[in-house]
Design a protein around this ligand. Structure first.
Ligand code: AP5
Length: 213
């Protein structure tokens, strides 16, 4: 199964990808997570990407496509994968198409999670992530037992650097202008599954599973 998740920042892509990983036993490929790992390890790529991420801008397509090309050739991707946050531009989608045809592969479903902007702002300003195991919480919708500590591993919970009001707004503007056209792009291929993205985490999980199983 090869899946692609399209949605705004804070649309719940990462949250639902975690369930899909368990359900289909295929890896989640999150370009955001890959970039953050590079930033944390101070690689050349991380240093280049950080300035864009901090400003809520997109990292250049060439950097992203190179990173994805390497990742898709890993052995754990042989039975499928979940693309989370990639592609985000038409050139990235065209690059993915070329890559997939070279590999004799195709995307089975594009899961579209279109959530209204006001809900996004509430979700993202209340998101907290664990600094050890990366588990994601929400202080309103999916709270940890203790506001500052991870339930899993005792790690410290933090607010992502790009989850401040100005950067959230910038990310949303880019989503509407540059990423949303991808919904039509994949609709033309007839593989979109539109998800009612305003329900609870559990309701959305069931909606996705019913539409792709
Ligand atoms: P990335 O990390 O991909 O950020 P994003 O797309 O902005 O998405 P998020 O991770 O913020 O949100 P999500 O949809 O995963 O939501 P989540 O499940 O956490 O990218 C970061 C940056 O990297 C980009 O800005 C860019 O600079 C760069 N980048 C990455 N990929 C790139 C690419 N392909 N090209 C160029 N640049 C790239 O949920 C959010 C919160 O809501 C959580 O607290 C969660 O608990 C809660 N929640 C989830 N679902 C629900 C629900 N149904 N009800 C209530 N709360 C919910």
């Amino acid at each position: 199964m090869r899946l692609l998740l399209i949605g705004p920042p804070g649309g719940g892509k990462g949250t639902q990808a975690k369930f899909l990983v368990k359900n289909f036993e295929i890896p989640q490929i999150s370009t955001g997570d890959m970039l953050r790992a590079n930033v944390n390890n101070s690689t050349d790529l991380g240093q280049e990407a950080q300035k864009y991420m901090k400003a809520g801008k997109l990292v250049p397509d060439s950097v992203i496509l190179n990173m994805i090309k390497n990742r898709l050739s890993d052995e754990d991707c042989l039975n499928g994968y979940i693309l989370d946050g990639f592609p985000r531009t038409i050139p990235q989608a065209d690059g993915l198409n070329s890559l997939l045809s070279e590999m004799n592969q195709a995307i089975d479903h594009v899961i579209v999670m279109d959530v209204p902007d006001d809900l996004i702002i509430t979700r993202l300003s209340n998101r907290r992530s664990c600094n050890k195991c990366n588990r994601v919480y929400n202080l309103i919708f999916d709270p940890p037992k203790n506001t500052n500590k991870c339930d899993n591993c005792d790690g410290k919970l933090f607010l992502r650097e790009d989850d401040n009001p100005d950067t959230i707004q910038q990310r949303l503007n880019i989503y509407h202008k540059v990423t949303k056209p991808l919904i039509k792009y994949y609709n033309n291929m007839g593989i979109n599954k539109n998800i009612q993205s305003q329900g609870t985490i559990e309701e959305i999980k069931l909606d996705i599973l019913s539409k792709i199983s």
